[in-house]
Design a protein around this ligand. Structure first.
Ligand code: AMP
Ligand code: MG
Length: 322
């Protein structure tokens, strides 16, 4: 019998979430550098305060195009491409609605229907003008606003992974709150990552995934919400209606090599639902997903790069269709 390898954990609060870094050696300098990188990237991408390149774009809406850095331009171009897929739930121009709903922030309440109807035309992703030659982004009408909330953590998780690799760290885990990225394996079985029970305490798990060198991203309606008029209003909005999207899903988890793909696809799959989602994933061999439904089913698309342990048998693990 040999002892479990020792793991050092470092915590911070960034991106509005508790952030956790796990390493196999005690290295506060690596932790400080990682948290500083996350903070820098958050500052580039936030839509809640200046200075931020995305905030600059939003503040210039209806007035002039804004030049952004090459990586921010590339990220915005990815977000626009995801938004322009046929029937996409993902919409990077959804800012006006996100700001009006304020879901999960102080002052959240259900807006009057007329206000939502008036904001919808400001959220058309086709109207955002990107110029790849000059790296400019242009919102042609005042009131338009980008929101990269559904993609920023995935982008940042990949940058952290790359930065750790550059420092010769070959085994680590970074948890950005909903987005987990892993380097190497935490034990012979890999890194163990909890699949949360929706609307239960943070430690309550449906099951656990074991992965190595993979990103695990979860989008769930239990992450941010409020109650009004006996209903629950959550933070994943349907760009067609302007209201939270309600279907059979409580959460979607995507397992992928890069966290940005996971972050885009959790949103896309949430919009597709189980049946269309499984069909779409059949065309995307690099991506795997786990759907958690309101009727307590837990449905994986495939299981090539992870193993799963069910910890609560009031949920049904249903590896069907493959
Ligand atoms: P995630 O945590 O990746 O599921 O992203 C949720 C966040 O994305 C929300 O808090 C909003 O900031 C933003 N958002 C909400 N609805 C959409 C949507 N339909 N498309 C893109 N971003 C959205
Ligand atoms: Mg996302």
């Amino acid at each position: 019998m040999h002892a479990e390898p020792r793991i050092w954990s470092y915590a911070a609060t960034l991106l509005g979430s508790p952030i956790l870094l796990k390493l196999f050696h005690d290295d506060p300098a690596v932790a400080r550098r990682t948290f500083r990188l996350i903070k820098q990237l958050e500052n580039l991408l936030t839509v809640n305060r200046t200075p931020s390149q995305v905030m600059d774009i939003n503040l210039a809406a209806g007035r002039h195009p804004v030049t952004v850095s090459a990586p921010v331009f590339a990220l915005i171009a990815r977000a626009q491409a995801a938004s322009l897929r046929p029937d996409s739930l993902f919409n990077f121009a959804i800012g006006p609605l996100v700001k009006r709903w304020k879901i999960g922030f102080r002052g959240d309440s259900v807006p009057p229907a007329a206000e939502i109807a008036a904001l919808l035309p400001l959220t058309d992703p086709q109207r955002v003008v990107l110029d790849a030659a000059s790296h400019t982004v242009w919102l042609p009408q005042a009131g338009m606003a980008l929101d990269l909330g559904a993609i920023a953590k995935g982008y940042i998780a990949d940058r952290v992974r790359d930065d750790l690799r550059q420092q010769q760290v070959d085994r680590a885990l970074i948890n950005l709150g909903g987005n987990v990225h892993t380097l190497g394996a935490g034990s012979d079985a890999g890194w163990s990552i909890g699949l949360k029970t929706p609307f239960a305490g943070p430690e309550t798990l449906i099951g656990a995934l074991q992965v190595r060198d993979r990103s695990v991203v979860t989008s769930g309606i239990y992450e941010r919400w409020f109650e009004q008029d006996g209903r629950l209003w959550h933070h994943i909005l349907d760009p067609k209606t302007g209201y939270p999207l309600d279907n059979e899903l409580l959460s979607v988890t995507v397992i992928s090599a890069d966290s940005i793909d996971g972050d885009i696809w959790t949103t896309l799959l949430y919009g597709m639902g189980v049946e269309r989602g499984l069909a779409a994933l059949a065309q995307e061999p690099a991506l795997e997903a786990i759907f958690v439904t309101r009727d307590r089913r837990v449905i994986p698309s495939s299981q090539r790069h992870y193993t799963f342990t069910l910890l609560d048998d009031s949920w049904q693990w249903l590896p069907v269709g493959y």
